[in-house]
Write a new protein. Structure first.
Length: 340
């Protein structure tokens, strides 16, 4: 399936595996790459020496392009330098202004991707020299930058970028979990999709087994948008599954930080003994233990479409095949014989 995005990167599937925090590792990134999509490694909260090792592992496993994601609420300089040293092809920025970093990325021969939540942000990103724009709708899981739904946002961003005169591809993010979502995004003018929740159930993702079970059992009404899990990243709205912590907080009247029930309570630990506190913002990986259900279980509103564990490559191929089938059905639809 060719789009301007796949042509830009020399890949075969217009699918980006979102950088799903600690659940994204070399095995997941590589599996997505090898299936023709773009794998992404989350690097903001990883130490530079750990990052150096992870990037070496990916390079040993694949020669296909992959990307890294940096959150601009933290100074990206040290980690960006490590990534560029390893020849990373795509650098994705989020939650801030990418302008100060665009020239450095381009000088290293890499492309800049940036996430926006409005048409005006998209224009500024293109003017700054960004090569790929991700339009993130409010339905998205994890940390959410804006408040506009995907279906309303994507065409606005596409139109705004077209008006700049630069042919920058738009990637649709938020609530997309199958081929119907990919087909819809393409119809809106996007050149690809960004999927996180679906890849949390990829066999190669480092998602805790109990977290996987919660996602597989959830439906489209089971997520909540809030700033509840702010330990480690305050004032950053997010979407996650409603769970016992969320219900505990709501039953107490949804008090502000500092007055929430159970603040400072340890609900689990990492393998190295580091405590996981209630309201921490880290999602549980295979290295976590304890009350997994009580932790931040990020998921988008597309979670109702995600119900089984699969190899990441199968996810990529299945979504593309579904999209192609939908598009073929639509293009052969006889409007003269349709009935409302």
């Amino acid at each position: 399936m060719r789009t301007t995005f796949t042509d830009l990167l020399g890949i075969t599937a217009p699918i980006v595996q979102a950088p799903i925090g600690g659940a994204s590792g070399p095995r997941l990134v590589t599996a997505v790459n090898e299936a023709g999509g773009l794998g992404m490694l989350s690097v903001t909260w990883r130490a530079p020496d750990e990052l150096d090792d992870l990037l070496t592992q990916i390079a040993d496993l694949t020669d296909k392009p992959f990307g890294v994601n940096l959150v601009l609420d933290w100074d990206p300089a040290e980690r960006l330098a490590v990534c560029l040293k390893h020849g990373v092809r795509v650098v994705s920025f989020f939650w801030g202004d990418p302008t100060p970093w665009v020239e450095q990325v381009h000088a290293a021969g890499a492309l800049v991707c940036h996430t926006v939540a409005s048409a005006e942000e998209a224009r500024r990103a293109v003017d700054a020299g960004v090569d790929i724009v991700v339009a993130q709708g409010w339905e998205a899981g994890g940390h959410v930058w804006g408040r506009v739904a995907t279906m309303a946002l994507v065409p606005r961003v596409v139109d705004a970028i077209r008006e700049t005169g630069r042919p920058v591809p738009v990637i649709a993010a938020g609530g997309i979990a199958d081929g119907r979502g990919l087909a819809a995004a393409l119809a809106l003018g996007a050149a690809g999709v960004w999927m996180g929740t679906r890849f949390l159930l990829a066999e190669e993702a480092d998602t805790h087994a109990d977290y996987r079970d919660q996602i597989a059992a959830a439906n489209e009404t089971d997520t909540a948008y809030s700033e509840l899990y702010d330990g480690g990243w305050p004032s950053a709205p997010l979407r996650a599954l409603r769970n016992s912590t969320h219900r505990y907080w709501e039953a107490a009247g949804s008090p502000a930080t500092g007055h929430r029930p159970g603040e400072g309570e340890t609900v689990g630990r990492y393998a190295d003994g580091t405590p996981i506190l209630r309201y921490d913002s880290d999602a549980p990986t295979t290295l976590a233990d304890g009350q997994i259900e009580a932790m931040a279980l990020y998921a988008g509103q597309g979670v109702g479409l995600v119900d089984r564990v699969q190899p990441a490559g199968d996810i990529v191929r299945e979504v593309v095949a579904e999209a192609e089938a939908v598009i073929a059905t639509l293009t052969s639809f006889d409007t003269a014989s349709s009935r409302v």
